[in-house]
Design a protein around this ligand. Structure first.
Ligand code: SF4
Length: 199
């Protein structure tokens, strides 16, 4: 089942992947960390609208330090959550390259860096990847990350994570998932349960 899940998701992705600015050049690890902070609690399309301007101004930790918390806040204001994010980005810039703990980066951001820059076959768990895996396999909690990890290894590429993010945005939406258009529809636990007549 895992193999079929991974195969279908990657096949769908080849035809339907989103063109998002942070996927074009892939940037460096700093830019990926910054992107993860921008994507927190924010839709990819909203981040995409402001992305070039923000990343242009914060292209290195040094530039973030030069701007200072208030300067970063101004830059992020149109995107929202600017106070919190500005503090996180500034603290991260101060710690960057120190070899110590990197504040503001959780498991999602760290695994995204592992995936994109070190080509490690790791699961990148966020609400989106977790939603598809959770619904498809009918699981929750730690089992989601385990199954996602297995699927990534089965696919042989950590791009499976990106594929699931796109599938979650376009098909397996939080509300009203489009199971009829989903490449996983006939095998999915959630879709099967919703087809069952309620008693
Ligand atoms: S069949 Fe429906 S619930 Fe299952 S993964 Fe696809 S969209 Fe999500």
């Amino acid at each position: 089942m895992i193999a079929e899940f991974a195969r279908r998701v990657m096949e769908w992705y080849e035809r339907n992947k989103r063109v998002l600015p942070w996927r074009l050049g892939m940037g460096d690890e700093w830019v990926t960390a910054l992107t993860a902070i921008l994507l927190r609690k924010t839709r990819a399309e909203a981040v995409a609208k402001h992305y070039q301007r923000i990343v242009g101004a914060l292209s290195t930790p040094q530039r973030a330090l030069e701007l200072g918390v208030e300067g970063i806040e101004e830059l992020l204001r149109p995107l929202g959550l600017h106070r919190t994010r500005a503090r996180q980005i500034y603290s991260l810039a101060r710690a960057w390259g120190s070899g110590g703990r990197l504040p503001g980066l959780g498991p999602y951001a760290l695994s995204l860096i592992d995936c994109l820059h070190r080509r490690r076959l790791v699961p990148v768990v966020d609400v989106n990847t977790a939603r598809v895996v959770g619904r498809f396999f009918g699981v929750g909690g730690e089992r989601v990350a385990e199954l996602l990890g297995e699927a990534v290894r089965e696919a042989g590429t950590c791009e499976l994570n990106l594929a699931l993010m796109d599938l979650a945005a376009r098909v397996c939406r939080a509300r009203r998932p489009r199971c009829g258009e989903c490449p996983l529809g006939d095998l999915c636990s959630y879709a099967a349960a919703s087809r069952r007549p309620s008693s």
